[in-house]
Write a protein that binds this ligand. Structure first.
Ligand code: SAH
Ligand code: F3S
Length: 481
């Protein structure tokens, strides 16, 4: 199973990268969401200017940075184990410095330095531009911390160093932070208020990537559909913006159109869509432009109205189902995926059945499923008792995963015998003789290599499937190649 994963897998994804010809060596590990992996590319770019090259060899590192995730307790535990490991290496190599970036840095702040004494450097997600200064404090023998959050998009002018890249697909951040305040979620606390990035700098980054040979972009944000550019600043300050700014404001649907037109041969994806912010204009523009991929990651978290309300998700089950109907009406070939939380406080068996029933109704193509993990400081932690026993949470999670596996197989079966367009990304994990790539619906497709190469858009006839992968044979280049 690749897509139907549980929390332990999503919380542990890491990337280790290497270049070898520089004075100082940076070893960077990333955990958690795609945004963290994308931010690590910004960090590597900032530190390159300070004389650091990335290395994949931990033992030769002068600086070890861990870009951390706080979304669930398990993610933090995994990272703590890594920090212990780095500390043991420091005993042998005292000149090595260890820093924590990202959400755990923001959540625990200088506690990691002062009380726990496990790191030398703590940098929150909006403070990476201060790294040159912070690193010089380390050089002077001090520890260093900056966890200030920003009210503007911080990194628009930085050209990220693409790490661990396949040279074909890349992430481009378009919003930072989140104003939604779902009661279970730590992100608004660790990543701050929502801000959108200047579209001119987004288009510039996309054009640069095209020049470098990239063929597919995923526009990234905690909540991309809420993108709004009216000259900068916080999303919520829009109410104070002048009427001229309001008239010329650019919404997510406009940005998508701008991207699709700017690079008509490039494929575009986006993640994540909070259902409450997804507009019909986004769906219509997906239908209008062939190069916007037909897949929507549409986390719902629960199928029960009571739980959705307690989670402060700003939509009902019925509104969600209507949104899915609209998607299917305008985009009949669009796949939909989800995130689901099992065992939120007070979740009854009936609520859980509502979740299974919603899944049965929609038959998602894939999903990311988790047990509820109480996060300190969130509204749920302050107001609700984490009262579902672990065994019940786990049982419900396994029922949700099992159902999703069945639906994934059914959805993949729909491709059987069909010809689908695949962008070749890399050699398949299972065989050196096969390529792997995704079709517009975001399904992984594997097929014999023949004379094709990474970056080619090919037509593949599907002749086999599992719940995670489609298999087939390439029958020629796509007309869009
Ligand atoms: N912005 C996205 C979610 C980002 S967090 C949205 O609109 O929904 C990624 C996923 O982690 C969430 O969708 C949720 O399913 C899960 N998650 C977040 N906080 C969690 C918690 N406290 N316990 C368990 N899962 C959680
Ligand atoms: Fe978290 Fe809800 Fe925002 S899940 S990232 S607060 S949309």
């Amino acid at each position: 199973m690749e897509k139907v994963i549980n929390e332990s897998i999503q919380g542990c994804s890491t990337s280790l990268i290497g270049h070898n010809n520089n004075i100082k060596k940076l070893y960077i590990e990333s955990y958690g969401c795609q945004m963290n992996f994308s931010d690590s590319e910004i960090v590597a770019s900032i530190l390159r200017k300070e004389g650091f090259n990335t290395t994949s060899k931990l033992k030769e590192a002068d600086l070890v940075l861990v870009n951390t995730c706080s979304i669930r307790d398990k993610a933090e535990q995994t990272i703590r184990k890594r920090l212990e490991k780095f500390n043991s290496i420091k005993q042998i190599n005292p000149k090595m410095k260890v820093g924590v970036l990202g959400c755990m840095a923001e959540r625990l702040k200088s506690k990691l330095l002062d009380e726990e004494k496990i790191v030398d450097l703590v940098v929150g997600p909006d403070a990476y531009k201060d790294l040159p200064n912070l690193v010089s404090q380390l050089d002077a023998g001090n520890s260093a911390v900056n966890v200030l959050l920003s009210k503007v998009e911080t990194y628009a002018d930085i050209d990220p160093e693409r790490l661990n890249t396949n040279g074909v697909t890349a992430f481009v951040s378009i919003t930072r932070g989140c104003d939604n305040m779902c009661t279970f979620c730590v992100v608004p606390f660790t990543r701050g208020r929502e801000r959108s990035r200047n579209p001119i700098s987004i288009i510039k980054e996309i054009n640069d990537l095209w020049e470098k040979g990239y063929k597919e972009i995923t526009l990234l944000g905690q909540n991309v559909d809420s993108y709004l550019w009216y000259g900068g600043g916080l999303k919520k300050d829009y109410s104070k913006a002048s009427s001229i700014q309001k008239a010329s404001a650019l919404r997510f649907s406009d940005l998508l159109e701008l991207c699709a037109k700017e690079q008509p041969k490039m494929r575009f994806r986006f993640s994540t869509s909070n259902p409450q912010d997804m507009s019909i204009d986004v769906i219509k523009n997906m239908a209008k432009y062939d190069n916007i991929c037909n897949h929507i990651h549409l986390p719902v978290q629960s199928g029960s109205d009571d739980i959705l309300k307690a989670m402060n998700r700003q939509h009902t089950r019925e509104e969600y189902l209507n949104l899915v109907k609209d998607i299917k009406k305008h985009l009949p070939n669009c796949t939909i995926s989800h995130d689901m939380i099992c065992g939120f406080p007070n979740e009854s068996e009936k609520d859980h059945q509502d979740t299974l029933d919603l899944m049965e109704n929609i038959k998602y193509s894939f999903g990311y499923m988790f047990t509820y993990s109480e996060r300190p400081g969130t509204a749920a932690a302050r107001k609700l008792k984490d009262n579902i026993p672990v065994s019940v949470k786990k049982r419900r999670l396994s029922e949700v995963i099992e159902l999703q596996q069945r639906h994934s197989s059914e959805r993949n079966k729909e491709f059987f015998g069909q010809v689908t367009e695949v962008l070749i990304e890399k050699t398949s994990k299972k065989s050196d003789f096969e390529w792997a790539g995704r079709n517009p619906q975001n399904m992984m497709v594997v097929f014999p290599k023949k004379y094709f190469k990474p970056g080619d858009l090919v037509q593949v006839k599907i002749n086999d499937y599992t719940s995670a992968t489609l298999k087939g044979v390439a029958i020629g280049y796509s007309k869009n190649n």
